[in-house]
Ligand binder design. Structure first.
Ligand code: PLP
Length: 444
């Protein structure tokens, strides 16, 4: 028996940490989306550039990038030095203004012409809450519409979904609307509508029925939570026009796309602008910072005047957040980081396309190179319903094989491949071989 014990593989550090974490946190994780099963939940030891090493010493080239915030690379000195100096020499939080907050606002306005005034938050969820309350306060209306397949954080009202699992796609009936999980009160559904991306009829119907009660339509024009399937130029323009005609605020959620798909985000690519915009993720290269902003008259609904919109937060524009944003935005504004990201992303899409063609797998890419989605099937999906007809199971097998081989991505193809500036160091020939092996294994 002693010999047998000796022959057992040593417990991985992952399994030890997972067993410990299970004692202290639901599912053993700090937030739901990190749970990948008992054996597969990842524990990270260190990260640098576009790579991280897990607690068992395995190195990954990372295309998941913490769901998108890393735009330059992990532990980028141009950002981290500034933040460390701030912490060690000037402090992290005072509950007062610093001047650096308005400096960051000025930087954002320099990159995003639709922004006239800004308020800070700590997460995308909070930015969305702030933007929607501001839209309601400004319009003095209550209803909000979202787009099927989009994700706008964990705010109760944003957690309603169409139940496509129990819908027969006959086109005659509409799916039921259900909460994403427990704890979401039915009352939070009462003011919500869900429309379908690129569907003109549903868009026109929405405004016909709700036009004068609709405070806002919120959407990701490039759905970073549905494989980067994107609004057509014409559909987004029609939405913009209908919002303008009806006095409805168009809220563009750039939490994933902002400062990533172009310096000025998705709105720069389309040349179509929201009344309000939310930003988070790439704005701070991994530090927790977010904001929302837009038209001066709309943002000026916020304030302590009679009937003013309440917006606040102990940690809003704390010095870690704003120094990180200041340093990150400076790099993005003054260098070709976005161009590098686009170039590398395009090379990757070309390479992956070659691998899939060779393997005889029909494939399509969606979205821009900095945040592209990959879909197995005969067409680029045009909306989330359509996406559900793609071969997401094959994608999942391919992803798990890649993860085994040291390439990290989300196994769920609703999450795009995120590119950061440091990916320019990746050996593309190695990556191509690795993808070829992964695809071969996935098809076996
Ligand atoms: N909006 C979009 C488009 C997102 O992708 C996310 C998160 O992925 C959020 C909002 C919520 O951001 P956070 O996780 O920082 O609360």
């Amino acid at each position: 028996a002693v010999h047998e014990v000796a022959r057992l593989p040593p417990a991985s550090r992952q399994s030890v940490l997972m067993a410990e974490a299970d004692q202290h946190m639901p599912q053993g994780v700090a937030e739901n989306y990190r749970f990948w099963g008992q054996k597969r939940t990842v524990f990270v030891k260190t990260s640098k550039g576009c790579r991280f090493t897990d607690v068992d010493g395995k190195e990954f080239v990372d295309f998941r990038l913490g769901y998108g915030p890393i735009i330059l690379g992990y532990r980028d000195e141009r950002v981290d030095r500034v933040v460390c100096e701030q912490i060690m020499e000037r402090g992290t939080l005072s509950g007062f203004s610093s001047g650096l907050d308005s400096e960051v606002a000025r930087q954002i306005k320099g990159l995003c012409p639709q922004i006239e005034k800004i308020r800070f938050a700590n997460s995308g969820t909070e930015a969305v809450m702030g933007a929607l309350r501001t839209a309601r306060g400004f319009t003095k209306r209550n209803r909000i519409a979202t787009v099927e397949g989009s994700f706008h954080g964990l705010y109760d009202e944003m957690m309603w979904r169409t139940d496509l699992d129990n819908w027969d796609y006959d086109g005659k009936t509409e799916p039921h609307i259900i909460p994403a999980g427990g704890g979401i009160p039915p009352v939070s559904r009462d003011l919500m509508d869900i429309i379908v991306l690129n569907d003109f009829e549903k868009l026109e119907d929405l405004f016909k029925v709700r036009g004068d009660s609709l405070a806002a339509v919120i959407l990701e024009p490039i759905i970073g939570n549905a494989g980067s399937i994107s609004a057509s130029q014409e559909w987004l323009q029609r939405l913009r026009d209908l919002c303008t005609e009806n006095g409805t605020m168009l809220v563009i959620d750039e939490v994933k796309s902002g400062f990533r798909v172009a310096k000025g985000g998705a709105q720069e690519l389309y040349g179509i602008y929201g009344d309000l915009t939310t930003y988070a993720k790439a704005i701070g290269n991994g530090y927790p910072v977010a904001c929302f902003g837009g038209r001066r008259d709309v943002m000026d609904a916020i304030g302590s005047h009679q009937g003013g919109v309440v917006h606040g937060g102990t940690y809003s524009a704390n010095m870690i957040a704003v120094s990180a944003a200041h340093a990150t935005l400076k790099v993005l504004a003054e260098t070709d980081a976005n161009k590098t990201i686009d170039r590398v992303g395009q090379q990757l899409m070309d390479m992956l396309g070659r691998v899939f063609e060779e393997a005889g797998v029909e494939n399509h890419f969606a979205g821009p190179p900095a945040m592209f989605g990959m879909h197995f099937g005969p067409n680029v999906p045009t909306n989330y319903r359509h996406w559900r007809t793609t071969r997401s199971g094959l994608y999942q097998c391919f992803a798990w094989q890649l993860i085994d081989l040291g390439v990290m991505l989300e196994p769920d193809c609703r999450e795009p491949w995120f590119i950061c500036e440091s990916h320019q160091d990746v050996d593309l020939a190695w990556l191509e071989d690795t993808c070829r092996i992964a695809m071969k294994r996935a098809l076996e």
